[in-house]
Design a protein around this ligand. Structure first.
Ligand code: NAD
Length: 497
């Protein structure tokens, strides 16, 4: 059996732990790998290596740091197939989707190579007589990233390139369910010329996370995962004096207006609800149909859900792979059961599919519910599976109110041909990322990603300009030279007049 190790100070090591987690191939249901679940001592070793590496890396000119990322960018592209294959084998998503994930991560590396420009401060000459002032941004020190299972390459790359480019050392604690890709990223960064100790990987479960949150030498924690854990990370990390950004779960609504292009809207919803088996924080899980569009929408969705090709992600004909674990499969099935018992109409039932040759895999088919109401568990819980809930609203205002009353506010989208409806929606909806006829409005690397309400705790979104702000501290400098200094002590508040 393969063991996936930590990468500490440039070395692959087992560390002090005697605990291991099983890593499954979700398509076969078999486990041929285990991951080491690290201890406080392992984290201490990583932090010590980061502390030793930090002064030299922080002093490295931004252009030289960017050059390491340029090389890493090329290496990631060269190893794209290998990375995608490892994602599919541990997560289950189809290979083409896994490549898409790597590409979205690569885009953040590309953005981060512009760090010399991104770190330019603001300068004002003559704020007072003979006095100039400017701002600059310096690294926070040692930052940690804690990431979820559903994007084992993209989410670490939302964080690490930004942290490294801005001069920090970064310790990644990936999901223990699909940890191998992080180790490849560490190898790539080393090959690209990153000094040992600047990027490290520690594996583990909640014990390792809690050690990170309490460690006095870690200045910032960037987290992506479920809402209850995000709340815990934010509360505990900030109580320990750290800067924290904690992105949580979601329940993303699409508002479907009667004047939409029905065929294109249905295609968009199918991809957004069932792509990656619904295991995306930006998946559309609720479609709110306004007025007379509901019946034709449900009929067209039902037809398409039934034809989704489900199979091993390595099979190029598959459109949807399995769920990540047997426990998650049981949870999703249980939620579909609850929808039936709480009175929703199960239009398509995906619970009992079998994939030939993959009888032990964690597969479930796409399910579609109609007549869902806001008290039902299938509406209140983030299902994180291939289940789309259709709700019916008499008008735009009722639909918008429903969306705004959700405790989550990650992404949302409107489907319409009407500019007024679209503008009113964009202006008034309480969510961090909004699409107009775009079902999954994930911002590009040069904008920033983040939700509102229970989908994000903290002040900064991920990557883009917000990523630079999160991983740096601002310093404002006011300077004068002898020619500008007035003689004698001054006892009043300086006003620079
Ligand atoms: P998760 O919250 O279970 O785990 C995320 C990380 O936290 C993992 O590294 C895990 O080891 C750690 N963790 C788990 N339980 C913990 C605990 N009790 N205490 C401390 N640490 C703990 O999330 P997941 O199941 O891996 O990922 C799916 C979730 O992530 C979904 O809710 C999804 O919406 C969310 N997500 C959000 C975004 C976003 O941008 N908002 C992006 C991707 C995923």
């Amino acid at each position: 059996m393969n063991t996936i190790h930590h990468v500490i100070n440039g070395q692959h090591i087992n560390g002090h732990s005697t605990r291991y987690g099983d890593v499954f191939n979700p398509a076969t249901g078999e486990s041929s790998k285990k991951v080491v679940l690290g201890t406080d001592e392992d984290l201490n070793a990583a932090v010590a290596a980061a502390k030793a590496a930090f002064p030299a890396w922080a002093e490295t000119p931004p252009l030289a740091r960017a050059r390491v990322l340029f090389r890493a960018r090329d290496l990631i592209e060269q190893r794209m197939d290998e990375l995608a294959a490892i994602i599919t084998s541990e997560h289950g998503k189809i290979l083409s989707d896994a490549k898409g994930e790597v590409t979205r991560g690569l885009e953040v590396v590309e953005f981060a190579t512009g760090v010399p420009e991104l770190l330019k401060g603001e300068y004002t000459e003559q704020v007072g007589r003979g006095i100039d002032a400017w701002t600059m941004r310096q690294p926070v020190g040692i930052a940690a990233g804690i990431t979820p299972f559903n994007f084992p390459v993209m989410v670490p790359l939302w964080m690490a390139p930004m942290a490294l480019a801005t001069g920090n050392c970064f310790i990644l604690k990936p999901s223990e369910r699909d940890p191998s890709a992080s180790v490849i990223l560490a190898d790539i960064l080393k090959e690209a010329g990153l000094p040992d100790g600047v990027f490290q990987v520690v594996h583990g479960d909640k014990d390792m996370v809690n050690a990170i949150l309490a460690h006095p030498d870690i200045a910032a924690v960037s987290f992506v995962g479920s809402t209850p854990v995000a709340q815990h990370i934010y509360a505990t990390g900030t109580a320990h004096g750290k800067r924290v950004q904690a992105l949580g779960g979601a329940k993303n609504h699409a508002l479907v207006m009667p004047d939409c292009d029905l065929e294109k809207t249905v295609d968009a919803l199918i991809g957004a609800a069932y792509g990656s088996a619904g295991e995306r924080c930006m998946a559309i899980s609720v479609a709110v149909a306004v007025g007379p569009i509901a019946d034709p929408l449900v009929a067209a969705l039902a037809q398409k859900v039934k034809t989704i090709t489900i199979g091993n992600g390595t099979d190029s004909s598959s459109e949807m792979g399995p769920l990540v674990t047997a426990q998650h499969l049981a949870r999703v099935k249980g939620l579909v059961d609850s929808g039936v018992s709480q009175g929703a109409t199960l239009v398509v039932d995906g619970r009992n599919i079998k994939i030939d040759g993959h009888e032990k895999g964690f597969f479930i088919g796409g399910s579609l519910f109609d007549n869902v109401t806001s008290e039902m568990d299938i509406y209140r819980e983030e299902i994180f599976g291939p289940v789309l809930c259709v709700m019916r609203a008499p008008d735009f205002e009722t639909a918008l109110k429903l969306i705004n009353e959700s405790p989550f506010g990650n992404g949302t989208a409107i489907f319409t041909r009407d500019g007024d409806s679209a503008r009113t929606f964009v202006h008034n909806v309480a969510a961090g990322m909004v699409g107009v006829n775009v079902p999954i409005p994930v911002p590009m690397a040069f904008h920033s990603f983040g939700g509102w309400k229970d989908s994000l705790f903290g002040d900064h979104h991920m990557h883009g300009p917000e990523g630079v702000r999160f991983f740096t501290r601002m310093k404002a400098v006011t300077q004068r030279w002898p020619a500008g200094i007035r003689s004698g002590a001054e006892f009043i508040m300086p006003t620079h007049g």
